[in-house]
Design a protein around this ligand. Structure first.
Ligand code: UT7
Length: 326
């Protein structure tokens, strides 16, 4: 059967590094607290001239180069993002124009931090149905723009980056072999941004009430997140007749080292087979799985024939996993 194989991966993180020591000067926190509770040591923050599409274009260009393709080869662009340049047009539209892709469709998928898995799944379906041969999947965020820099519960975690993967039709057993997507809106108020939408359009009052920033009930998100990781990982492994022992590398959404460790333990994966870079990037939302995949590939942690599990969860809640035969 025709599968979507990942033939090029790219990533981009802004140059500016914000360390825990820098944060100690901004809010009441310590490096020791941040490292112990989240595993984050530093993160990248976009400068004033950079918007989400600027990061996305750079990651996409690298992915295309590595895939040995030119923009005209791409037939569809699917971008996972929660922080588009503006409400519309979509980041997908802006990226399409800036890359110079012709006659392509594009769309943004808003699934918070699970946007990576949603865009990969969406892209793989467009290929499996035979509709398209090459799809560009992107995860890109400037979460710093919706971060309340006076809220120590969120500002130590959120950050900016982009990653991209080129999918190509492949007749054989390699590629994205399965995916699972879930959502459960009952948890919406654990992690959300109230202002700027149709319920609370921007007014001087919404700005004064700090409604244009992400709000999070951290410890409650933590518990649900571990459950969701385990839920989708176990289900996709079982359905494909494999176990955690068959997984060469687990690349989870990089939200918090303790969440990753707890989930990996319950799924039965030793940390040697789990990719972690949350210490250097923080939580980059829909970008994080792509950025981690890119680093894992460059580091030689993924080889031909490996079974790779990627999974993510995020506000909404939305979560999911993809199983990839490399
Ligand atoms: O992509 C999905 C996005 N979100 C997540 O995945 C986040 C999931 N949650 C987490 O990562 C963790 O819950 C946090 C890192 C946000 C917090 O860690 P925690 O171990 O759950 O701490 P907590 O929220 O239960 O807070 C413990 C204490 C509180 O003080 P009191 O009430 O015990 O006096 C907080 O006020 O730590 C305090 N605290 C801080 N202290 C120093 C909260 N943030 C900070 C901080 N520095 N930055």
């Amino acid at each position: 059967m025709t599968r979507a194989r990942i033939i090029g991966v790219g990533s981009y993180a802004p140059k500016r590094i914000l360390t825990n020591a820098d944060l100690e000067k901004m809010v009441e926190t310590t490096d020791a607290w941040i490292v112990q509770r989240s595993g984050v040591r530093e993160r990248r923050i976009a400068d004033e001239s950079e918007a989400t599409s600027d990061l996305a274009v750079k990651a996409a260009q690298q992915a295309l180069e590595r895939a040995n393709l030119v923009p005209e080869d791409i037939e569809f662009i699917a971008v996972g993002t929660t922080t588009p340049d503006m409400l519309f047009p979509s980041v997908g539209n802006i990226v399409q124009h800036r890359l110079g892709c012709r006659r392509v469709g594009s769309v943004d998928l808003l699934a918070a931090c699970a946007g990576s898995i949603y865009s990969l799944s969406f892209g793989s379906q467009l290929i499996e149905t035979g509709k398209y041969r090459r799809v560009l999947c992107i995860g890109a965020e400037t979460l710093s723009r919706i971060t309340d820099w006076t809220d120590r519960g969120t500002c130590v975690l959120l950050a900016d980056a982009a990653g991209a993967a080129v999918l190509e039709a492949y007749d054989g057993d390699r590629g994205i072999i399965d995916f699972d997507l879930y959502s459960d809106g009952q948890y919406w108020d654990l992690l959300y941004m109230p202002g700027g939408g149709s319920r609370h359009p921007a007014t001087p009052e919404t700005v004064a009430a700090r409604m244009h920033y992400a709000k999070m009930k951290g410890s409650e998100v933590f518990k649900v997140a571990v459950r969701m990781f385990v839920d989708c990982a176990e289900r996709i492994l079982k359905r494909n007749g494999v176990t955690a022992d068959d997984v060469s590398l687990f690349i989870p959404h990089q939200a918090n080292l303790r969440i990753i460790e707890a989930a990996a333990k319950r799924v039965g994966l030793p940390m040697e087979r789990v990719f972690v870079n949350v210490d250097r990037y923080g939580n980059t939302g829909a970008a994080s799985v792509f950025v981690a995949l890119e680093e894992a590939l460059v580091a030689g942690r993924v080889k031909r024939g490996d079974l790779v599990l990627v999974a993510a969860f995020g506000g909404g809640f939305a979560w999911g996993a993809c199983l990839i035969r490399w």
